[in-house]
Design a protein around this ligand. Structure first.
Ligand SMILES: [Zn+2]
Length: 63
C-alpha cells in the first residue's frame, strides 16, 4: 500500500467534514499555505474570490 503519499489535502471529503463557517456538510476544501479550510457550497461561493486571491487551492465536489 502506498499510504505515505496520501496527505490530508488529498483525503476525500466525508459527511463528517463540516463547513468552517456554518457547520453544514463540507462540499469543498481550500488548501492555503498555513492550513486548510472547509466550506459548504454556499460559503465556497461567498469566499471563492478572496481565497483564490490568497493563493488557495480549491478541491472537492463543489470546488
Ligand atoms: Zn457554510
Amino acid at each position: 500500500m502506498d499510504t505515505e503519499r496520501t496527505t490530508l489535502a488529498h483525503r476525500p471529503l466525508t459527511r463528517a467534514d463540516r463547513c468552517d463557517r456554518c457547520s453544514a456538510a463540507a462540499q469543498a476544501r481550500a488548501v492555503l499555505p498555513h492550513g486548510e479550510l472547509l466550506f459548504c457550497g454556499h460559503h465556497l461561493r461567498a469566499h471563492r474570490a478572496p481565497l483564490l486571491a490568497a493563493g488557495a487551492v480549491l478541491d472537492g465536489p463543489a470546488a
